[in-house]
Design a protein around this ligand. Structure first.
Ligand SMILES: Nc1ncnc2c1ncn2[C@@H]1O[C@H](COP(=O)(O)OP(=O)(O)OP(=O)(O)O)[C@@H](O)[C@H]1O
Ligand SMILES: [Mg+2]
Length: 581
């Protein structure tokens, strides 16, 4: 509560007005049965038409007022509830933006989605209902009790049995509900996980004909969610018949004892009717309170999940006196070891390597040899476990994170474009870039050759994830986007794997001639992509197997030689370069 309450600040006026109007509605509701008893006992008993009309009109007025207060209260409640939820959602979203890769690994994306959507909605709805019910129920009950005791204290003693009985039933069921609601939210997580994974990979699912398998997997989790929801709901519903039984028994008791008083002439028949209305109001209020507690439990399960998110400190922290400027594009790894969070195994083992500013460095090695893991440490996507990574002679942990990442452009292996236009995607690299600058970067990344063919050029639509481009086109666009940052260091993680050899060669040439001041780190599967690098690092099982240029490695590194020979069966890059020159 203490963590979330501050987010209500903006909506506090509505949160106060809602229950106030609710009390007014409850007052009007209480007044109506009293007026009714006057009509029966005074108006009808005396055959006084004028009195009946007068009191009848007041009754209509009270009903209209109750309706008005109710609507206004509901309106304020909705504003407070949904505003509160929106505020929390905003904060949670901003928190997620500050998360490091390690935090994202910990929470998982589907769970974050559920928390930001479903859990926030639940908090909003529960807040809205609580603001109304938490006030209406006790007030209505209190007023109705006062009126009933005033009217006939002797008859009102039925409450002494009915109220404790109701409270006992509610008290027995509620503790069972909380763990159920928590379970419900984790089940929603699991359903979302399948939906998300399936939709992102829907093309793969179809091409592998895995729809049937996916449907089965979805059905299992969907059924589990349904069953938990049903169980939770049946628990809630199971209270209802018991409470109804109490209500009806109480009414029968009142009719029995009250009826005797009416025939003895000590109670008016109108009074008896309104007395029954008050009884119903008291018991309904009790039911409402049980429902309210139930909602509160549901809300608290969701709130706990949001609070967990809000209270998570980003794994990667800003230093106290951050360095804002990178001196140059040199990179050194000094005795670096690294394990992924939650894993005991060392993914990188004692890496030491120095890269001079402006050098072109190739990294090669079999899949899973930790190439990606190695370069992720440079823009501080993860922090080292041991040793240090220095950029421009300064430990990356001493930089302002924004400054560091602005200067280190990283074209991720699993890169993606965002829905919008090509221009909008390019502006991610530099929001102030002019069209000329964008076109220049597209030309350098060899993307202009296809972008210029679109009638709408830079305004060409990009679908979500860049799905309307070929793999090679997408890779070239992401390289251009990185170049627009005018970084000091650029890292291409397998970024030309889908590009044809000739175009790949052209891109390599641009880095060698036009962009020679930028430190370029190229991870590649093809020797041809890195053959002309100043330095090539051969990775093997999390360690550096050897470092050197192409000629040295051919002689010195068995792994490199093996890769080279296996790739020599096709056409070498050299012939292609000669051809285009
Ligand atoms: N987020 C992660 N959490 C836990 N382990 C991971 C994570 N990412 C990678 N790994 C593990 O680290 C090891 C190295 O992976 P990495 O992605 O660095 O290899 P790679 O050399 O880039 O392979 P590829 O050539 O296929 O891209 C692998 O064994 C992988 O299972
Ligand atoms: Mg990789």
């Amino acid at each position: 509560m203490r963590t979330l309450l501050p987010y209500m600040r903006k909506y506090i006026v509505y949160a106060v007005l809602c229950p106030l109007f609710m009390i007014l509605e409850a007052l009007a509701d209480i007044f109506i049965p009293y007026l009714m008893s006057r009509i029966v006992d005074v108006g009808i008993a005396n055959q006084d038409i004028e009195y009946i009309v007068k009191v009848g009109l007041i009754m209509v007025g009270a009903a209209l007022l109750a309706m008005f207060f109710g609507v206004v209260s509901a309106h304020f409640g909705a504003r407070a509830g949904f505003g509160f939820a929106a505020e929390i959602r905003q904060q949670a979203f901003e928190k997620v933006q500050s998360f490091s890769f390690a935090n994202l690994d910990q929470f998982t994306v589907p769970s974050l989605i559920t928390r930001l959507t479903n859990d926030c909605n639940t908090i909003g709805q529960v807040t809205m209902m609580s603001l109304r019910m938490a006030v209406r129920a006790p007030f209505l009950m209190l007023f109705a009790l006062i009126m009933a005791f005033n009217m006939n204290a002797e008859l009102a003693r039925v409450f002494m049995v009915a109220v404790p009985l109701t409270a006992a039933i509610i008290g027995a069921v509620l503790p069972k509900a909380r763990p159920l609601f928590q379970k419900l939210q984790t089940r929603v997580d699991r359903v979302n996980a399948v939906i998300q994974e399936n939709l992102i990979g829907i093309r793969v699912v179809k091409s592998f004909n895995r729809q049937h398998h996916e449907e089965k997997r979805f059905k299992e989790r969907n059924d589990a969610l349904k069953n938990t929801a049903l169980y939770a709901i049946s628990l809630v519903i199971s209270i209802m018949p018991m409470l109804n039984l109490i209500v009806y028994s109480t009414i029968i008791a009142v009719l029995w004892f009250g009826g005797k008083q009416v025939s003895a002439g000590t109670m008016g028949s109108g009074e008896l009717i309104s007395f029954i209305t008050y009884i119903t109001q008291v018991l309904i209020s009790l039911m409402m309170m049980s429902f309210f507690f139930m909602q509160l439990l549901r809300g608290s399960a969701s709130a706990a999940r949001i609070i967990e998110l809000l209270n998570t400190e980003p794994e990667i922290k800003e230093p106290k006196q951050p360095v804002k400027e990178l001196k140059d594009g040199s990179v050194s790894f000094e005795h670096v070891s690294f394990s992924y969070p939650g894993s005991r195994e060392k993914t990188l083992k004692d890496i030491t390597v120095h890269i001079k500013s402006g050098e072109i460095v190739g990294i090669i090695g079999s899949t899973g040899s930790s190439k990606t893991t190695l370069v992720q440490l440079i823009p501080r996507l993860y922090d080292v476990t041991e040793g240090s990574v220095k950029v421009g002679g300064v430990d990356v942990r001493e930089y302002d994170i924004r400054a560091l990442r602005d200067q280190v452009a990283f074209v991720l292996q699993k890169n993606t474009l965002f829905s919008g236009t090509i221009r909008e995607n390019m502006l991610w690299g530099n929001e102030n870039a002019t069209d000329e600058q964008i076109i220049k970067a597209l030309k350098q990344a060899q993307a202009w050759e296809f972008v210029s063919k679109y009638e709408d050029g830079l305004d060409h639509r990009v679908e979500q994830g860049g799905d309307n481009f070929s793999g090679g086109q997408k890779q070239r666009l992401t390289i251009a986007r990185a170049l627009l940052k005018s970084p000091k260091i650029i890292i291409l993680d397998d970024s030309t794997s889908a590009v044809d050899m000739a175009t790949d060669a052209k891109i390599q040439r641009v880095f060698k001639s036009e962009l020679k001041d930028i430190t370029t780190i190229i991870i590649a599967q093809r020797i041809a992509s890195i053959q002309h690098a100043d330095k090539i690092i051969v990775m093997h099982e999390g360690k550096i197997e050897s470092i050197g240029d192409h000629a040295t490695l051919i002689k010195a590194s068995p792994i490199y030689r093996e890769i080279y020979e296996s790739q020599q069966k096709g056409v070498g890059m050299d012939c292609i370069i000669e051809e285009i020159e």
